[in-house]
Design a protein around this ligand. Structure first.
Ligand code: PFF
Length: 456
């Protein structure tokens, strides 16, 4: 059975291709756009420390569980969960883990493509010199112009969706596998080039201090919640992506070691992105490091536009953002594509076109929420914000919670250990304990407090 399942989608060429694919999924807008600005908003070093704790105590254990479930089921998250619950004689309601994940993936893709489209737009704006010598108000006006134009936003969103579908149509081995083997090294090279530029031209000392000095007075409970939510988002957890990628993983590769490598690389990229961005920001005293979401698209263009060589390196920077987003977006659509193929009604091309179209249409809601629908709000959220809230604050922690409970409380430990591979037994026992007692409590607290704070 497992063999025929494996043949349906193919497998990664090696454990390393899995590492690159999962790192590609994990490293995205979350690392380069969101992590630096939420670190800025929450006061730097203390936030970074809490975030690292969340990655270690919740992110890594849940990620191991997801990969294990994927590899055990060897199918899309929906069918993998179906077969695992059936084999274990558990209630069919646990299949909702697969469904929630696949639907959340498509919802995230819908807005992810719009924001990645901004980065594509800025490659052109930087490369063509529009931002040369720009000051703060000029850069803000350029960004506001982009957001005010549905036509422009839809154009870039469409290009990004086509890039994503182009890779996924090629399949696991030839499409995703090849793409990550090209994109991930490119991402690291670009990051290193930008780091060198930032260290030479920026205020490295101040950037470093900002990121790593411990200012606990700036860390609030809201910041802790944000750190935990972000740990989930950045490791692509609770959305089927990692489970789907686990389904294509070689049989005996040790999951613990592999997942720790992915989490380590993801964290390194987030920190390096911070170290590339903040020294550049501090090089220009007229801008602020606490600009929130606008840090990347309003603050950085001003700084790049006024530095020697800044236009060239600014173009590379937005290329980096695009590459990171691209290798993530393919993992957002793959779980649903794999499922549609398994239903036997579609081949890979049709499945891609259909699901890509759905994500594109839903994405139009996000496009319009920056302009025409800006004032259409539900509970204070516009369309984009409600998508973000529903996925990042509700569906993703909920799926993560279900996964932790399912693996640590409902599956038989012997079955779990035999599925997880060849890691040292002491560490695996520790992992299962953490997944049993710590991760679910932490996730449940986040979920409840997050919802409470939003509505009351
Ligand atoms: N981890 C990605 C990031 O940090 O940008 C976002 C993401 C990709 C989330 C894929 C979920 C996912 F399935």
């Amino acid at each position: 059975m497992n063999d025929s399942r494996r043949k349906l989608h193919g497998t990664w060429a090696s454990r390393w291709t899995f590492v690159m694919a999962a790192t590609g999924s994990a490293v995205g807008l979350g690392n380069i756009w969101k992590f630096p600005y939420i670190t800025g908003e929450n006061g730097g070093g203390a936030f970074v420390l809490v975030y690292l704790g969340c990655i270690l105590l919740v992110g890594v254990p849940v990620m191991m569980a997801e990969v294990m479930l994927g590899r055990k089921g060897r199918m899309s998250p929906i069918n993998a969960m179906k077969s695992i619950t059936r084999d274990a004689g558990l209630h069919g309601a646990w299949n909702s883990i697969g469904w929630l994940g696949v639907i959340a993936g498509l919802m995230i893709l819908s807005y992810y493509a719009v924001i990645a489209g901004w980065a594509l737009n800025y490659i052109i704006e930087m490369g063509s010199g529009t931002l040369h010598g720009a000051d703060g108000p000029e850069a803000s006006a350029l960004f506001a112009d982009l957001l005010a134009s549905p036509k422009k936003l839809i154009f870039w969103q469409t290009i990004f969706m086509l890039l994503t579908m182009g890779v996924v149509i090629g399949g696991v081995t030839k499409g995703l596998g090849v793409a990550v083997r090209v994109l991930m090294p490119l991402l690291f090279v670009l990051l290193v080039i930008l780091l060198v530029f930032s260290a030479r031209e920026g205020d490295f000392y101040q950037g470093w201090t900002f990121l790593f000095s411990f200012r606990s007075e700036n860390l609030t409970w809201g910041g802790v919640l944000e750190a935990m939510g972000h740990a989930f988002f950045t490791l692509s957890l609770g959305m089927g992506a990692i489970m789907a990628y686990g389904a294509y993983m070689p049989e005996h590769a040790p999951i613990g070691k592999t997942v720790v490598t992915v989490a380590f690389l993801d964290t390194v990229v987030a920190l390096l992105a911070g170290l590339a961005i903040f020294p550049i920001v501090f090089a220009n005293p007229s801008v602020s490091a606490n600009a929130g979401p606008g840090l990347l698209f309003e603050t950085l263009p001003v700084v790049f536009g006024n530095m020697p060589g800044g236009l060239f390196f600014g173009t590379l920077f937005f290329l980096l953002v695009t590459v990171a987003a691209w290798s993530s977006s393919i993992s957002l659509i793959e779980p649903a594509v794999a499922w549609l193929i398994e239903t036997g009604r579609c081949n890979r091309i049709t499945a891609n076109l259909l699901l890509g179209l759905i994500a594109w249409i839903v994405g139009l809601g996000t496009v319009l929420s920056f302009n025409v629908w800006e004032d259409h709000r539900l509970f204070g959220f516009n369309f984009f914000e409600s998508m973000d809230f529903l996925t990042a604050r509700v569906m993703l922690p909920l799926t993560g919670l279900f996964i932790a409970i399912f693996v640590a409380w409902l599956m038989k430990p012997a079955e779990v250990f035999s599925a997880i591979g060849d890691d040292p037994p002491v560490l695996l026992t520790l992992w299962l304990r953490v997944l049993r007692y710590l991760s679910p409590v932490a996730v449940a607290v986040i979920l409840v407090i997050g919802l409470y704070k939003t509505f009351f």
